[in-house]
Design a protein around this ligand. Structure first.
Ligand SMILES: O=C([O-])CC(=O)C(=O)O
Ligand SMILES: [Mg+2]
Length: 388
């Protein structure tokens, strides 16, 4: 078996939304197709990958460094022992040859995109969903049949009123979600608390609403928001300060008892380990959001989960960032606590398979080999248009 063609393209997901830190006016993603000479059930096996929102397309790193390494590798060096499927771990080593440790930058995103496409292929060659494959290789044989998902949104839009935020939250409930998330930190505390109250009014209970500051706050502001939020009892308080400021996170945890969440901007098992060592995160309630695509792919995410276990954490405390089907398969197969979802924003990369609507906050996985993109018509259209 071999990879016969590699195609990558940049696709815009620009919109007029903003969180407390960035505008998405120029946001884009890389999409990738790896063609192979393998055929299953009369179909050529093609693996697809893309990066989650929040980091830009990785065309430069992919075209100049990582895809040439994949192209130039001896085909047999990419294969599992059996010789009839790819080996994601061997491929990871090929991609990361001559890369120094630390300073991960965004190469972790480029590698994650390739890793997603590789796992799509591996599961398709085995003719089962990635969730099933992961449960068989790393779990107890059976994936979770349904995964809890929450609707992420609640962004700042130009001129957006409280009434629009409420409409948005209502829309998510109508789509079958029970829990949602909204942005904070883009306006003064009092104004944000008004927005939080309005959202709670719609979702019905503060425990169904998470809030996300996107790393905006210094310690004093993080504490002021903590004091403002504490009486409500929101589901979690996400990325209060800079993602690498473990001391801030640790001190926040001493003041703020309800759940905190962070990790979407930690891109390696070493960074995740530092969070567990120094960030004061509490294994009985806090949520870890490392995103398998942004952080060097599933190969590295498995190392992150190993670190978690060593530090006494259950994978059930992980709810990955990104709202993509790759993480949904990982959540089901490795029995995480849930997955993010973007039902409206970042379409068609957000949301899940067409045949598995969200019901009561849970989503099933389609019975489709691989990651299941073939059951997501609008996304397949984008792949076909840009990757042939
Ligand atoms: O606004 C963003 O960058 C996305 C984000 O933080 C999230 O999904 O938690
Ligand atoms: Mg976030």
């Amino acid at each position: 078996m071999r990879i016969t063609d590699i195609r990558e393209a940049r696709v815009s997901i620009a919109s007029d939304i903003a969180n407390a830190y960035i505008s998405f006016a120029k946001m884009d993603v890389s999409v990738l197709a790896l063609y192979t000479d393998a055929w299953v059930d009369g179909r050529q096996v093609v693996g697809y990958g893309f990066n989650s929102n929040g980091r830009y397309a990785q065309s430069g790193l992919l075209q100049e460094r990582f895809l040439p390494r994949l192209r130039d590798a001896e085909p047999a060096s990419l294969l599992a022992e059996s010789g009839d499927n790819l080996d994601p771990f061997r491929i990871w080593d090929v991609l990361m040859a001559n890369e120094k440790p630390g300073g991960h930058g965004e190469r972790s995103v480029a590698v994650g995109i390739i890793d997603m496409a590789v796992w799509d292929i591996v599961a398709k060659v085995e003719n089962r969903s990635l969730a099933q494959l992961l449960a068989e290789r790393y779990g107890d044989g059976e994936p979770d049949p349904r995964v809890p998902v929450y609707a992420a949104g609640g962004y700042y839009y130009p001129g957006k009123q409280i009434s629009a935020l409420k409409d948005e939250m209502r829309d998510y409930l109508d789509l079958g979600y029970i829990c949602t998330k909204m942005k904070i930190g883009g306006v003064p505390l009092a104004e944000d608390l008004g927005r939080v109250e309005a959202a709670i009014e719609v979702v019905g209970d503060a425990s169904r609403l998470a809030v996300d500051a996107n790393g905006r706050f210094d310690f004093r502001t993080a504490l002021a928001f903590a004091d403002g939020l504490a009486p409500y009892g929101v589901r979690w308080y996400e990325e209060a300060g800079d993602p690498l400021d473990y001391a801030l996170q640790q001190q926040l945890g001493e003041h703020y008892d309800p759940p905190m969440a962070t990790g979407e901007n930690l891109f390696s098992h070493q960074d995740a380990r530092n969070l567990l060592r120094y960030g004061g995160m509490r294994a009985d309630r806090d949520i870890l959001q490392m995103d398998p695509v942004l952080s060097y792919g599933l190969v590295e995410y498995l190392r992150i989960l190993d670190e978690l276990r060593k530090h006494g954490w259950s994978p059930r405390q992980c709810i990955p960032h990104g709202g993509h089907q790759f993480a949904l398969n990982i959540a089901a197969g490795l029995k995480l606590g849930g997955n993010e979802s973007y039902p409206r924003v970042f379409a068609p990369f957000g949301g899940f398979a067409d045949s598995t609507p969200v019901e009561e906050g849970l989503v099933a996985l389609p019975d489709v080999p691989g990651i299941g993109f073939e059951d997501k018509r609008e996304l397949m259209k984008v792949f076909k248009e840009h990757l042939g």
